[in-house]
Design a binder for this molecule. Structure first.
Ligand SMILES: NC(=O)c1ccc[n+]([C@@H]2O[C@H](COP(=O)([O-])OP(=O)(O)OC[C@H]3O[C@@H](n4cnc5c(N)ncnc54)[C@H](O)[C@@H]3O)[C@@H](O)[C@H]2O)c1
Length: 341
């Protein structure tokens, strides 16, 4: 790949998140070209390709992955397809960016990591919170010792609306929602590994779907090997908007991250004060979503390792799987030492 040429990136999966990432690749990143899009749903890739002026759109995902003109592949498909696509893209010699979760089993995660390692291609995973200015600053301060030793951590995700409970696959709250919080807690407790997990969950938003396996509300307690204790919390429906926050309490201070307010505007009127809330993830994390792909492109161009790796994805997944086991067994679950420390 010549460093003079724009990076040619293909994107797989043109749904809600894929459309945002495609637009970033097409319009928001200098030195990057959205060269192809693929989605098996008839017409989906073509519609997005036409809108963004992308030269190639196909329903054939394999064809995109094996296109010799592409330097990198961005995977934004449903969770259960990720690991296989990562493997295929690595085998085709492409740099790979994959949305979270990179895999839904540890065996799959290991295969994906091994495939990228063997092919010698970068593999980055979509833990976008690491690129949010507040969470990033918190990490840097903690790593520099600003709050001493982390003792209590918390991270929460509350989605604004559970639109269609029938379409939520089992365990989504752990594998797709809380996976962000598990990564955040690891990232904000640098160098520590999760060793024990205890989870409670229920269907409080849609109790009528509980017997079909829906869990829409959850709290997970995590013990780390440096002694810190963390909680991760999620709900699929916060009536006031999209709410993501974090807190780290240490021996020498505390840091808090996240703000539900869309802007710094507060309105004062006869009925009191009000502020507009963040409506959804692409609102709150617009810049972080762009920054993670900019960072991916930079790592592909420069050959430096990506900042958020397959091993990070595996470590967060191991917490999610322990939480699921805890729900099933009703007790705490120990996590084995990671194979990829
Ligand atoms: N990082 C974040 O904050 C964030 C936010 C939203 C979604 N996501 C992740 O992005 C991924 C996609 O989510 P979404 O909300 O865009 O879903 P979506 O349902 O809107 O889109 C998924 C797309 O993938 C396509 N698809 C299905 N099977 C495929 C296959 N085998 N190969 C290629 N394409 C296939 C579908 O046709 C659809 O267009 C998920 O993994 C989700 O967890 C991440």
């Amino acid at each position: 790949m010549s460093t003079q040429q724009p990076l040619a990136v293909g994107l797989v999966g043109t749904g809600r998140m894929g459309s945002f990432h495609a637009e970033t690749l097409a319009r928001r990143l200098p030195g990057v070209r959205l060269a192809a899009v693929a989605d098996p749903a008839p017409g989906a890739a073509q519609r997005l390709g036409d809108r963004l002026g992308c030269p190639r759109a196909t329903t054939d995902v394999d064809e995109l992955i094996n296109d010799p003109q592409l330097d990198a592949v961005v995977i934004v498909t449903p969770a259960r397809t990720h690991a296989g696509l990562v493997e295929a893209a690595a085998l085709a010699g492409k740099a790979v960016y994959c949305e979270k979760p990179m895999a839904v089993t540890l065996a799959e995660a290991d295969r994906a990591i091994e495939a990228a390692g063997k092919a010698g291609v970068p593999l980055q995973v979509g833990f976008n919170r690491r690129y949010d200015t507040g969470f990033r600053a918190a990490h840097d301060k903690i790593a520099a010792g600003a709050i001493g030793t982390p003792q209590l951590l918390r991270s929460l995700t509350r989605d604004p609306k559970l639109a269609d409970p029938a379409r939520v696959p089992p365990w989504t709250i752990f594998l797709e929602t809380l996976i962000h919080d598990f990564d955040t807690l690891r990232h904000l407790n640098p160098g520590a590994a999760a060793v024990e997990v205890f989870a409670m969950a229920d269907a409080l938003v849609r109790p009528d779907f509980k017997d079909r396996g829906l869990l829409d509300t959850a709290v997970v307690t995590i013990r780390f090997d440096n002694g810190a204790i963390a909680t991760a919390e999620a709900s699929f429906q916060a009536v006031y908007g999209y709410d993501v926050r974090g807190e780290v309490f240490g021996s020498a201070g505390m840091l808090t991250m996240g703000d539900i307010r869309r802007t710094h505007l507060t309105t004062y009127g006869p009925d009191g004060t009000s502020a507009e809330c963040v409506a959804y993830d692409q609102d709150l994390f617009h810049d972080a979503y762009v920054a993670e792909l900019a960072d991916f492109a930079d790592s592909v161009r420069t050959g430096r390792p990506p900042a958020v790796t397959g091993e990070d994805a595996r470590a967060a997944l191991s917490i999610a799987l322990a939480a699921i086991e805890s729900i099933t067994s009703g007790g705490p679950v120990r996590i084995d030492r990671p194979r990829h420390p």
